[in-house]
Design a protein around this ligand. Sequence first.
Ligand code: ADP
Length: 487
Amino acid sequence: MTPLYEPQAFIDGRWIDAADGRRFAINDPADGSHVADVADCGADDADAAIAAASAALPGWRARTAADRAQLLHRWHALIIDNIDALAELLTREMGKPLAEAAGEIRYGASFIQWFAEEARRSYGETIPSPWPSARIVTTRQPVGVVAAITPWNFPVAMVTRKAAPALAAGCTMVLKPAEDTPLSSLALAELAHRAGIPAGVFNVVPTARAALVGDRLLDSADVRKISFTGSTETGRKLLARAAATVKRASMELGGNAPFIVFDDADLEAAVEGAIASKYRNAGQTCVCANRFLVQHGIHDRFVARLIERTRELKVGPGTAPDTAIGPLINQRAIEKVEALLGASVDAGAQIALGGARHVRGELFFEPTVVTDVTAAMPLWSDEIFGPVASILRFDTEAEAVALANATPFGLAAYFYTADLGRAWRVGEALEFGMVGINEGMLSTEVAPFGGLKQSGYGREGSSHGLNEYLDIKYMLMGGLAPKGDVA
Ligand code: ADP
């Protein structure tokens, strides 16, 4: 069997080295072992990928939606056929437990299936004309060449969430994956190729020189759209740069998710939701519960039960079958968790469980529960991106909603209540793009994923996801009045 990827760039249907021959190392976060040396693409390689995507565009766009859908269905099937090998690769480069990696791949693949189906339903409309001699129709057309820049925390799903709707719509793509995790996206490219997706339609340029390649993609007038998932800080920079060529943009940026537990909540359900929302991917997701707000009447019972359940989570390498929490991605990540925790403890927060690096190794952190957190602490205002549950006690519904909304971010929010009126009131009052009510996980390909405020804009998944890659064209058909006699 040929390998799932080559440690190179994938441009115009071929594996190639960086033009200047540079490479960079990918290491396993669980033990620091060397995984691969990958082509470190530069400006020339970015240009070559843009040229390939531009050349492939007319042919790809001209195919019928059904034709493109058939190739996407094949890509989806090949990903599922290779799920074990893909999961192993994902865990090696990123660290998450194997079962979570397989879950991510199924979730990632579901976008390809979904958008293969959606491609056939990108309907236009007819609009009643204000002129008797004219008719108005709208059609949807692919925006063109798309640049995608993705993060390391979901090396497969963040790619397919962009590539699937783009390709389904008839766009071609240049992907710059995160420098920590380029291998999974190269494997996706290989499988797309095997599925029969034509050369130049999906190109991958791995690089350790993110800004160099990113600038090239953003400055090119041939690239008509940027789709980015990552930090708000980087998103802001990319948006500013994209302004020069007035690109369309989808921005899925940072979050600071509140997780509110009201007195009337089902305690067990709230704790299970909290465990899933907080500790999945070792707390490294943009929709992870970042701030627990727990009402005074249930507070102590919630904290006690959360500690009990958190204690059961096994820390270890993702490859061990019983691991629930793997390593963090890199030194920077673990230092950030330590800094936020340290500053908050200095300000009066209490560590109820964990609170330090784990004996398993350098990048492992103990699952941690912190109480007596206040809105003035860094654990509250910053995205933790680690396995630390920080808990604040509140009294009233109005107070909880005000605290939850007092952030520049607006991605996901969660709350637990048995009161139907409160469910609607709070659901509508929360200034977040996604709200989980009595559920701690809400991602699915059939629902629109995306944020408000400085968490960005645009939606991924659902029927809305396709429109991110389609331009509306209005056509006026005039001169319809009869000329002379009409028999
Ligand atoms: P983090 O590294 O904290 O996950 P980032 O937003 O920095 O968040 O990274 C997300 C993606 O953005 C990665 O693929 C990274 O390489 C890329 N990136 C970071 N800085 C730039 C930049 N200046 N230009 C283009 N891409 C960038």
